[in-house]
Design a protein around this ligand. Structure first.
Ligand SMILES: [Zn+2]
Length: 332
């Protein structure tokens, strides 16, 4: 497929963290407004992750650099709109965006969760008016926070039930297993939320098992990443039989050390093992990529052809938590 054909292909993006989607231009403008001038090299070093980063402090600093700049409802609205615009330009028709209400608000006293949420909704609504796009939101809970704090954010999502499709759980899956969060996800299910869980991403003996635990204990309808599924044949069988969809993010997986090169990502192996695989960006702003880059990687690095791209988008369309009527209204 040519780049133009690839761009025109109707797509679904299921796994994208809104807070890490800011365009370089937006970040540079915010830096300038704070009187900070950075060269292109400095910007790349301090705000982008373009090579696998071995040490956690470096990685964390880059995340926090983005967070510190995203300090007002106005900026959040613009980032949301621009993210939708970038996705739409690359053929995305169905877009699920996830965010952790605690992530930005913890850093900025002036940014209140309700105002930030309203800004996100505003950005989404403006984008849906301008582009043939249906957007849905997922509320993300963080393993690094206490169960009590996560309970607070679950209640926040319940209060805004009409605005959220699903709940997610992210951060270090090896340090904190699923057990403490079982009651929260029981509650999420009983409130009618769908569930997707980050699992099978980090390196460790439990990684593949975490995929199964997320499905059995936390009621995951989909798995964020799940790229380590090949490490346990019984988990592979289990996921195949259930037809659970994996939200794979090749560049992100390469950056976090899952594979030695982007081309060595096991996307095709997982798909050919009978698993429903989907293609997603994870953190496009911070990784300086867009969804089309991921499609090019599969085309040029893994030999993907049109039928296969259509198939993964069919799985993604079916697995999207956006209601069917909204899907049908924007799908060509
Ligand atoms: Zn993620």
């Amino acid at each position: 497929m040519t780049d133009d054909a690839l761009r025109a292909l109707p797509k679904v993006e299921l796994h994208c963290h809104l807070e890490l989607t800011a365009r370089p231009a937006l970040l540079k403008e915010l830096l300038a407004a704070k009187g900070r001038s950075v060269s292109d090299d400095e910007f790349r070093r301090d705000f982008l992750i373009t090579e696998p980063v071995g040490d956690l402090p470096t990685l964390l600093n880059i995340f926090l650099g983005h967070r510190d700049l995203l300090d007002s409802a106005e900026v959040v609205e613009r980032m949301t709109y621009e993210c939708c615009e970038d996705m739409s330009r690359n053929g995305v028709r169905l877009l699920e965006l996830r965010y952790a209400p605690s992530f930005l608000c913890d850093a900025h006293d002036s940014l209140k969760p309700d105002a930030m949420h309203a800004a996100i909704l505003q950005g989404v609504e403006r984008a849906e008016r301008d582009f043939p796009l249906a957007v849905g939101l997922i509320c993300l809970l963080q393993r690094i926070k206490s169960v009590e704090e996560n309970q607070y954010w679950l209640d926040f999502a319940v209060e805004k039930k009409a605005d959220f499709l699903a709940m997610d759980l992210a951060d270090n899956e090896l340090a904190v297993g699923p057990a403490p969060f079982i009651p929260l996800f029981e509650k999420a299910k009983s409130e009618g939320f769908a569930v997707t869980i980050h699992a099978g991403e980090a390196e460790g003996p439990q990684a593949a098992r975490n995929i199964r635990d997320s499905i059995e204990l936390l009621h995951a309808d989909r798995i964020g990443h799940g790229v380590r599924i090949l490490e346990d044949a019984s988990v592979l069988d289990f996921v195949r039989e259930r037809g659970t969809v994996l939200e794979l993010c090749p560049t992100s997986n390469w950056l976090s050390g899952v594979c030695a090169t982007k081309e060595a990502h096991p996307f095709r192996t997982i798909m050919e093992a009978g698993i429903r695989t989907t293609l997603n960006t994870d953190d496009p702003g911070i990784m300086n990529i867009d969804l089309l880059d991921e499609y090019r990687l599969l085309r040029d690095g893994m030999g993907f052809v049109e039928d296969e791209f259509v198939q993964i988008n069919q799985w993604a369309r079916d697995a999207s938590f956006i209601p069917e009527a909204r899907k049908a209204a924007v799908w060509p």
